[in-house]
Design a protein around this ligand. Structure first.
Ligand code: NAD
Ligand code: TYD
Length: 356
């Protein structure tokens, strides 16, 4: 049995692959274009396993995707490849539409052709699993109920709009062509191998370097945080037990204001890596992100009651593990801090003024 995982050299995809290779006997085929966000080192021990293959390929390359399906004859595809960072989508939205919408369309077409040619029972067992985000639902006020699977889509950023577009295509390919799809909409992940453009790893690495910790706006925006290993377990459970055509929300039951996240990180760093003075002194309020969503919160009752999933990690223990991982893995950190990364920091942060 074989699984294809797209976006396998990214933060969440690599976690899924590491788990699958460590805990199952299936062949796992990693597909990744190795953009700035992809790093083969993130695959860890899975890289050298005989149960793993790596295909350096772009999901928008239809002939290549067809050849990969032909060669490996997968029982399912877990589709995680995407442009994933909101701030980058504000600076350059076209790449987001290209990979997230057109790339997903390409995979759907290839998977549909492949699925139609499968004999039973492999045909009815095949799954196209699309990994999406809670950001497609838009922004909540402090008192709104958490997002449910039936909440209307109201994407506000170029990133979430492109993910919403891909979700709609997946829905349509199930409804119109009968492709056995599964979809998950998950809240903010954190954990090891997270690219340091996102809040938590950026703050950890800046703090270790004694650099400012740039909090956007008033720091009161709320995200619901999930440890990445818990997300990977949810995806594997949905793959095995989810009902085709359904969507499942995945969340951490850990709503935190951004400033609370940064405060907690500073406390953990003061303890695990004391430097000259408390890390809190580095907190700096900067110009807000345009269109910044105020609050995300996930209701994952459906996943819990139908499939029995709950997060195993709580936010404080998960954050501590994450900080320790960044302290223990300077080689990985070094490998992602390329010239491209430094250019990004310059572009995103130099123009933000410091709040008084
Ligand atoms: P990431 O940016 O860390 O990784 C994305 C990976 O996709 C990279 O390895 C990159 O090289 C690859 N990729 C990009 N464009 C590609 C293309 N055209 N062809 C092939 N590969 C390509 O992202 P992530 O945080 O691991 O997110 C994975 C998925 O999960 C995304 O679809 C994202 O929308 C979704 N998601 C992320 C979060 C989160 O908090 N990070 C939460 C919910 C959902
Ligand atoms: P991010 O990790 O980019 O995830 P998302 O925007 O997809 O939720 O940001 C998480 C929150 O942290 C979001 O409210 C924006 C905020 N943020 C900062 O305050 N400063 C930063 O430097 C970054 C990258 C994010």
């Amino acid at each position: 049995m074989t699984l294809i995982v797209t976006g396998a050299a990214g933060f969440i995809g690599s976690c899924v692959v590491r788990q699958l290779v460590a805990e199952t006997d299936e062949l796992v085929v990693s597909v990744d274009a190795l953009t700035y966000a992809g790093n083969p080192l993130s695959l860890g021990d899975a890289q050298a396993s005989p149960k793993h293959r790596f295909e350096h390929a772009d999901i928008r390359d239809q002939p290549r995707m067809q050849a990969i399906f032909e060669q490996y004859q997968p029982r399912a595809i877990l589709h995680l490849a995407a442009e994933s960072h909101v701030d980058r989508s504000i600076h350059g939205p076209a790449e987001f539409v290209s990979t997230n919408v057109v790339g997903t369309l390409t995979l759907l077409q290839v998977a549909l052709d492949y699925w139609r040619g499968l004999p039973e029972p492999r045909r009815s067992q095949f799954r196209f699993q699309h990994i999406s985000t809670d950001e497609v639902f838009g922004s909540l006020s402090a008192t709104d109920p958490a997002f449910e699977e039936t909440t209307a889509y109201q994407p506000n950023s170029p990133y979430s709009a492109s993910k919403a577009g891909s979700d709609h295509l997946v829905r349509a390919w199930h409804h119109t062509y009968g492709l056995p799809t599964l979809m998950t909409n998950c809240s903010n992940n954190y954990g090891p191998y997270h690219f340091p453009e996102k809040l938590i790893p950026l703050m950890i690495l800046n703090a270790l370097d004694g650099k400012p910790l740039p909090v956007y706006g008033d720091g009161q925006n709320v995200r619901d945080w999930l440890y990445v290993e818990d997300h990977a377990r949810a995806l594997r459970l949905v793959l095995e037990k989810g009902r085709p055509g359904e969507t499942y929300n995945v969340g951490g039951a850990a709503e935190r204001k951004n400033i609370e996240v940064v405060d907690t990180l500073c406390n953990i760093l003061d303890e695990l890596h004391p430097q000259s003075g408390p890390h809190h002194r580095l907190i700096t309020y900067v110009t807000d992100r345009p269109g910044h969503d105020r609050r995300y919160a996930i209701n994952f009752t459906k996943l819990e009651s139908e499939l029995g999933w709950r997060p195993q990690e709580n936010f404080e223990t998960g954050l501590r593990k994450t900080v320790q991982w960044y302290l223990d893995n300077p080689e990985w950190v070094q490998s992602v801090r390329s010239g491209e990364y430094r250019n990004w920091l310059e572009m995103n942060y130099a123009g933000r003024t410091q709040a008084a």
